[in-house]
Design a protein around this ligand. Structure first.
Ligand code: PLP
Length: 571
């Protein structure tokens, strides 16, 4: 049995900061070991610099069930904080926990003044998790309990409840979607493929940085400098977890997908692609994953060749295998096409390409925000994505590189922070990620991205993907009987949350304008895939693209406005 709250109060009373840390260490020793089965990713508490797993066991369901907090950390001081939380909430029902003022306990212990800002964040994360779990057991929605939804997988011996995916509740967290337009209507936002909206948590996080602890990163060792470094590196760690990177050092912050692909084409490509070498890509790539390779091929006198597509817009694996016989140096493909919506079989592409000795670059701008990605299991050499498509800010993105590939890659931007030694006669470079992050980082945006990633992981990418498939099915069914309408790309089985189409005799720009009149926001044009549009003999298409906050009502509104617009435009 660990100390009671009264005993802790008594011991803590006259301790100064240093002695409090020692006492927390002692308290940590009282903590019982956590079963391995509870050390899961789902039980990890976000916002802590150390690793913290937290769950509850309970004797039933409903507000009167009693909860016991079960947790552990790899930090001894955090273990001490867990003991305080256990003592504070001991013997309480779910209802008691939700009504309990735990902040008063922290105040009486002067904890907030004595622990570091990062630990305060961690403590807040643990309390939020406890409130969330208590709300679930009590049978309240996450909204009522003022905490975000997280997916908690059940572990065999612990009784846990899962929150179902609810796009309506998710949507409430997005201010832009709840802010009336000039005519009083709310936007039906169907252009998340271009940029997703941001949840309040991300907006708040950026504001928190600006208002409370902004300073330059990796510079000052004063308190603000320490805090900003912890936050920035915390964001990097979240991004690493998000894509399954073995270490945060393989995650480089860039201005976005386009910049990341240019870094790779120039920094890796110029060193490794020689005259006569072959670079493989597809006709369906976004210009960001096409033009840099075209430029590299021109510069190195290499050949850019196109992997054939099947009629429904998937990679033709037999055709790909044939091209691999020529031993290309690079295979550059997207995880998901931003026009066709095709999800490419990245793991199979990598396996085949590696057998042929090629380096595989994956443009994850559309795949990373919409489906679980694991760079280690997929064994990709490089993967890039943008913050603004994953509920985060603009101006920041991620370039992941396998450790050996990052060693082989040259920086293409030089200056402060990326160096090891600078002398009049020459300079040497720091290790990744610093080597590729010259100058001041997009600090606020990167921290905002970290928050967006934590938000996305809490909602769950598998759930987002499944939800978007429901919406895509509804769109495909709804479009199937519109006369003269052609949908591009594969069937539901191979498609993510994007549908592009054309309507005979209707210009995409006119269609977009009429949809806009009904506050339905779609994208029209070539979607930065000119080669694909030329291949399909199209000047432009209309695209709808989804995110976690879209609902079936959005699709219904879109389909009805589309029918009206088509009949008006055909007259
Ligand atoms: N790749 C794909 C597949 C995209 O959809 C996009 C943006 O739409 C990009 C690359 C470029 O992303 P960014 O403009 O954020 O650099």
């Amino acid at each position: 049995m660990t100390s009671t709250l009264e005993e802790i109060y008594e011991e803590f009373e006259d301790l100064d900061r240093q002695d409090q840390s020692l006492f927390l260490l002692e308290l940590g020793d009282e903590l019982a070991d956590l079963p391995d089965s509870a050390r899961t990713d789902e039980n990890l508490v976000h916002g802590c610099q150390s690793q913290v797993w937290l769950t509850v066991s309970c004797d039933g369901e409903g507000p009167d069930s009693y909860l016991e907090i079960i947790a552990d950390s790899d930090s001894s001081i955090v273990r001490g904080l867990i003991v305080i939380l256990q003592s504070a909430y001991r013997g309480m029902s779910a209802r008691d926990i939700l009504n309990f003022d735990v902040q008063a306990v922290f105040q009486r212990l002067h904890l907030q003044q004595h622990i570091s800002p990062q630990r305060r964040n961690g403590l807040r994360g643990m309390v939020e998790r406890i409130l969330l779990l208590a709300a679930r057991v009590a049978g309240q929605g996450a909204e009522d309990s003022k905490v975000e939804t997280v997916a908690v997988k059940s572990t065999p011996q612990l009784h846990q409840t899962a929150v179902p995916f609810d796009a309506g509740l998710i949507r409430k967290q997005f201010p832009v979607l709840n802010h009336p337009l000039e005519d009083g209507s709310l936007p039906v936002y169907l252009d998340s493929g271009a940029s997703a909206q941001k949840p309040q948590a991300v907006i708040d996080k950026q504001r928190e940085v600006e208002e409370r602890y902004f300073s330059n990163a990796h510079r000052g060792t004063y308190q603000l400098g320490v805090r900003i470094d912890e936050e920035l590196e915390g964001a990097r760690a979240s991004a690493a977890t998000f894509i399954g990177s073995a270490t945060p050092d393989q995650v480089i912050f860039t201005p976005g997908t386009t910049a990341g692909l240019n870094y790779i084409a120039a920094g890796w490509g110029r060193r490794h692609v020689q005259a006569g070498d072959q670079i493989l890509t597809t006709i369906s790539e976004h210009h960001a994953n096409f033009v840099p390779w075209q430029q590299l091929a021109r510069e190195r006198q290499a050949k850019l060749e196109l992997i054939p597509l099947t009629e429904d817009g998937r990679i033709d694996i037999a055709g790909f295998q044939k091209l691999l016989e020529q031993k290309p140096r690079v295979v550059a493909v997207s995880g998901m096409s931003n026009m066709l919506g095709t999800i490419n079989p990245v793991r199979e592409i990598v396996r085949l390409a590696h057998d042929a000795g090629a380096c595989v670059v994956v443009d994850g701008a559309q795949s990373v925000p919409h489906m679980p990605v694991d760079v280690v299991s997929d064994d990709v050499d490089f993967l890039v994505f943008s913050g603004h498509k994953v509920y985060g800010p603009t101006g920041v993105g991620v370039l992941y590189g396998r450790a050996d590939r990052l060693e082989e890659m040259d920086p293409i931007i030089f200056g402060g922070h990326m160096i090891d030694q600078v002398e009049a006669s020459g300079s040497t470079w720091a290790k990744a990620p610093a080597k590729f992050e010259a100058g001041t980082a997009p600090i606020v945006q990167a921290i905002g991205l970290g928050e967006a990633i934590r938000w996305t992981m809490d909602v769950g990418l598998a759930a987002i993907h499944a939800h978007e498939r429901v919406l895509v099915r509804q769109v495909l069914e709804g479009l199937s009987d519109v006369p003269g309408l052609t949908v591009y790309g594969p069937g539901l089985e191979y498609r993510g949350g994007i549908v592009s189409f054309s309507v005979d005799g209707v210009h995409p720009e006119d269609l977009a304008a009429l949809l806009d009149e009904r506050s339905i926001f779609t994208r029209h044009g070539h979607h930065c895939t000119m080669p694909l549009h030329t291949y399909l003999k199209l000047s432009g298409t209309t695209r709808v693209s989804f995110a976690a906050y879209n609902t079936e009502a959005d699709v219904t509104a879109f389909l009805s406005a589309l029918r009206r617009a088509v009949s008006v435009l055909r007259h």
